[in-house]
Every structure is written in structure tokens, then in C-alpha cells.
Design a protein around this ligand. Sequence first.
Ligand code: UD2
Length: 327
Amino acid sequence: MDSPPIRDETVLVTGGAGFIGSHLVDALVPHNEVRVLDSFTTGDRTHLPDDVTVIDGDVRDPIALQQSARGVDVIFHHAAVVSVSRSVDEPRQSNRTNLEASLLLLEQARQEDARVVVASSAAVYGHPEELPLTETAPTNPTTPYGVQKLATDQYTRLYEDLYGLPTVALRYFNVYGPRQQGPYSGVISTFLEQARAGDPITIEGDGQQSRDFVHVSDVVRANMRAATTDAVGEAYNIGTGQRTSILTLAETIRSATGSSSPIVHREPRAGDIRHSSADTSKATRDLGFTARVGLESGVRSLVGDRRERSTDETAGAGLEEPEERFG
Ligand code: UD2
């Protein structure tokens, strides 16, 4: 089953100035009226196109949420404290944003009878017992972040069950792409920065751990499908189904950048998950979603994107889609 594209709707993107949110905004803007609620704590205003309504506010603030959700048809919920380590240091604080605000948002959606697409995470699974992970795999999160995402994911389903609200949770695996920045931004952007600067590429542990890296353009496509699907009240894995070791990733990035950075090993990260990959057959069946961007072409486009940006300050703001445009 496939879903038609979302058009002529009033939509709200929470965290719309963030990494994933801003790409989603770009894809929505040509055919929809788009509002963004962002506190700009980590979000970046320069990532937003002109023709969006921006509400500078916190998703934990009921007034800001009420104001931004008034009259909307669809809410894409991407506002979150994305740092897993911060959730370990300050579980109550990240809980307020990642869980309490999500519940507030679902209540607001109920008032507006709006569809909700929630950014969930592979963190809900914890250490996998079997790979690839299906949506029915045991959920044993190993961090407060994972617990918060799992509870949000469950509430999302429950709001469809109890109140008939059309909701979808998308469980992202390791998302990468342009605009991913900052200290919690993920291994690909860290390695790219290191390779470009000629600094050592720092592998935590032996580098044999592996991840399912999914390009942000694929994540955007999954959101577009989730916005119109009839298969609501469900959670879907969003990944590629391919696993890449961190060592292979380091080598891929070194070769794509032409860098002579040495690859060095340091202490493994405490509690690190060894392997992770998504079984996306449910998303394929219900959303018509299959990832299109492979890791090598995704990394190559990212290298190209950054080269362009360094020679032309205005270039690179839009998503360079290496293989196909959003479907
Ligand atoms: C990802 C998500 C996180 C959560 C989690 C669920 C990102 C950025 N984070 O965390 O939000 O959903 O999955 O399981 O997508 N590494 C190095 N060197 C570095 C940085 C990282 O070797 O400089 C390793 C790290 O030890 C880990 C792997 O790379 O084994 C991936 O790390 P990450 O922080 O990009 O993502 P992860 O899987 O911890």
C-alpha cells in the first residue's frame, strides 16, 4: 500500500529548526501551510525557509503549544532533548521535554483533532536479542532517553486506541545528513569534521560495533508517508536494513574526503549497543517506505555538500539528494 503526498494542509513541526525537522519543513513548504515551534536551544533559524510561521517557544509551554497547534491538520513532533548522555546525567529534565511535553502535545492534538507523527527511536529496543529488529522485538531501553521515547511511542499508539486520534510513531535508527551539527550530532558528522580538519578519527572501542545509518531524506519521505497513511496507531522502524561497522564507516569517510587522518581507538562508550539494524518490512507494507540512499552515496553527497558550502556561503542550505528526490 502506498500513500498520497501531503498537500494543502496546515501543519505544525515541533523542533522544526533542528536537524531532521528543518529538512521536513523544506519538503512540506511547497504544498502546505507550515508552522514551526522551536525554542532555538539547538535549532538554527537560518535553516528555515522564509514562508513558514515561526513560534519561538518551548514545547513544554502549554500556551506556546496551544497557540501553534490551533487549527492544524497534522503535527510532526520532532522537538526533543536529543542528547542521550544528557538524559543519563539529568533524567528528570530530559523527561520533561521528551515525555511530558509529548503528552501535552498529544492532548493538544486531541483538542484539534489533528493527526500526529512522532519521532520515536531505535533506543526503545535497548540491546537487541536478534537482528534485524522488528517492531515486535522486546523493548528494554538502556537509557532515560530510550525510556522517554518508548513511553511517548506507547502513548502515541494509545491515543489512537482510546481516542481514535490518527497517530504514527517512527522509530528512527541512526539518522545522518546535512545540518547535523553540535556535540551530540552522531558519529558520521563527528568523523567528517575530524577527517576534514586532518585530525585523528576517533573510534570508541574496536570499531566492530555496527549501526543502520539512514539518510535524512529517507526519514523525511517516511514522515510524508506517515502523514497520509490509513495504517495509524502503529510504530514503524525507519532504517535501511543495512549494517555498517564503525571501522568501515571511518574508512569510507576517510576515502570520501581524501583525508590522511589517522584512525585511532579510544575507550569504548559505556553501555554502547553492539549492533543495530532495522527490519523495515512493516514500513514497506503499510507506508510504501524503503530507504533509497545507501551509506556510500549519502556520505559522498555530504562531502560534496560541505565542499560547496566552504566555497559558497549560500550553497548547501538545501538538501542535496544524491539518488532521488522525495517521492
Ligand atoms: C543513536 C542515536 C540516539 C539513539 C540511539 C538508539 C544518533 C546521533 N544518536 O545513538 O539518539 O536513538 O541511537 O540506540 O543517531 N562513535 C565513535 N566515535 C565517535 C562517536 C561515536 O566510535 O566519535 C561510535 C559510538 O561509540 C557508537 C557509534 O559510533 O558505537 C554510534 O554512535 P552515535 O553517537 O552516532 O549513535 P548511537 O548509536 O549511540
